[in-house]
Ligand binder design. Structure first.
Ligand SMILES: N[C@@H](CCC(=O)N[C@@H](CS)C(=O)NCC(=O)O)C(=O)O
Length: 225
């Protein structure tokens, strides 16, 4: 049986949602963040070389980290699921784009933005205006334009499509959920993005998402710095 090692307020919520959507049999092991560092606790860090959540393990000695690898591994044992459109499916290119754009393009920009925020906040007050100027420039030149480009494309794709890759929920929606909910929490999904707002509501309305939220026991999956 598969065990999901899930950290509160983290990307591993996506795997919890995936397992609920598949109505899979699994064990859930939950971990709280270290109250001081806000990082994963040692027991979770020791599980995998990356020391990050999610990790899945099984009775045969499997230890797998990295969300999208975990998603693909789980879907390999659910070949009839429609969550991963196969080769030749007309929705496959959109699926591949969004499945990879989440962790490959969107998440790094959000992570960098978070690091810049922490850097500024932790700089001694005297130096802060200087650091703020530099981090502001990086945000303006690199982070904001890329975030805007991705969310513009997402808003456009969610016009004709109910979900990110067509009219069915796929693993692309699931893997992107963490980034989209984070963006919402940061006020980035305003009234000018009605399609993404509609997508957020659709997700909240799904019974599998609601079961995952109940099992998680937290008001949100999103970590705030
Ligand atoms: N690319 C990795 C990122 C995993 C990751 O950074 N997880 C964060 C939670 S959002 C984590 O474990 N943070 C705690 C720590 O680094 O100790 C994935 O998709 O699984």
């Amino acid at each position: 049986l598969l065990t999901l090692h899930h950290l509160e307020y983290s990307q591993s919520f996506r795997i919890l949602w995936l397992l609920e959507e598949l109505e899979a049999d699994y064990n859930l092991r939950k971990y709280d963040r270290d109250p001081e560092t806000r990082l994963a606790p040692t027991e979770l860090k020791e599980l995998s070389p990356l020391g990050t959540a999610p990790v899945i393990t099984d009775d045969e000695g499997l230890v797998l980290a990295e969300s999208n690898a975990v998603i693909d591994h789980i879907l390999d044992s659910h070949p009839d699921s429609t969550l991963r459109p196969g080769a030749g499916d007309p929705t496959r290119p959109d699926y591949l784009f969004w499945f990879h754009a989440g962790n490959g393009s969107l998440m790094p920009m959000q992570f960098m933005n978070g690091i810049l925020t922490v850097m500024t906040a932790r700089t001694p007050a005297l130096l802060r205006p200087v650091v703020k100027k530099v981090t502001g420039k990086v945000r303006e030149m690199l982070v904001q334009p890329r975030l805007k480009a991705i969310f513009d494309q997402m808003e456009a794709d969610l016009g004709p499509n109910e979900w990110l890759a067509g009219d069915k929920l796929t693993a692309a929606d699931i893997t992107l959920s963490y980034s989209i909910f984070s963006a919402e929490a940061q006020g980035r999904i305003g009234a000018d993005r009605p399609n993404i707002r509609r997508w957020l509501q659709q997700v909240r309305d799904l019974p599998s998402f609601q079961r995952a939220t109940e099992k998680d026991g937290r008001e949100t999956m999103v970590f705030s710095f």
